[in-house]
Design a protein around this ligand. Structure first.
Ligand SMILES: C[S@@+](CC[C@H](N)C(=O)[O-])C[C@H]1O[C@@H](n2cnc3c(N)ncnc32)[C@H](O)[C@@H]1O
Length: 197
């Protein structure tokens, strides 16, 4: 499965002096965009290497890229920022969810709806509470995650924004856990719904 990302820089139209249609592309240097790319704790991500990658490919001439082992899509984001046509692929569905979310040109869920969705989540028992008790998160957080999933799948309209909601959830889950500590239990701290918002 692959996802083609449209080019990064926005194209707008305007009329010239004689009424002719002009297509204008706003250009931002890729190097200045890298620091704004989302952080990740994905093992093997090239996120921190992007400035080096950029420095070493910036003079090459090409129009399209296949990011065949795309992971977090950080490399795809770099090429998109360089205004290349990017095709992303990864074997894991959760990575493809991340890629679909971060390679979008616009956020599809308005902030208010996003907050309302989070407020509507009610903790409940489910697969995560049953199967992952005492492994990654507190019991109350596992129940909240089960409630999140139930709420997500309850509305077709919300489901259409599922990539972004899942992405926000993944980022919150990763932020909640210190690097390399997924084997430890009972870390106190902020709750997941605080992290996500
Ligand atoms: C080192 S990670 C990718 C790092 C990526 N450039 C980034 O910055 O996040 C390698 C990726 O290859 C994917 N992968 C492994 N075998 C694959 C296969 N046969 N086909 C597609 N993707 C595969 C894995 O799921 C993993 O996300």
């Amino acid at each position: 499965m692959s996802k083609r990302a449209s080019r990064a820089n926005q194209i707008t139209s305007a009329h010239g002096k004689n009424g002719e249609l002009l297509m204008l592309r706003s250009i931002q240097p890729a190097s200045s965009l890298i620091s704004r790319f989302p952080s990740t704790r994905y093992y093997g991500s090239k996120r921190k290497l992007l400035p080096w990658i950029f420095e070493n490919i910036k003079t090459l001439e090409f129009d399209s890229v296949l990011d065949g082992f795309g992971g977090t899509a950080s490399v795809s984001l770099l090429f998109k920022a360089m205004n290349k046509d990017v095709t992303y692929a990864d074997a894991f569905e959760f990575n493809r969810v991340v890629a679909r979310a971060v390679l979008r040109n616009e956020i599809s869920i308005p902030e208010r709806e996003f907050v309302d969705f989070l407020d509507s989540v009610r903790a409940q028992d489910g697969l995560i509470s049953r199967e992952f008790e005492g492994i990654f998160y507190e019991s109350s957080e596992n129940s909240w995650l089960d409630g999140f999933l139930t709420q997500l799948f309850s509305s077709r309209q919300i489901l259409e924004c599922s990539d972004e909601l899942f992405y926000a959830l993944f980022q919150a889950c990763l932020k909640k856990r210190p690097f390399n500590s997924f084997h430890r239990t009972k870390r106190s701290g902020q709750t997941l719904n605080r992290e996500i918002s």
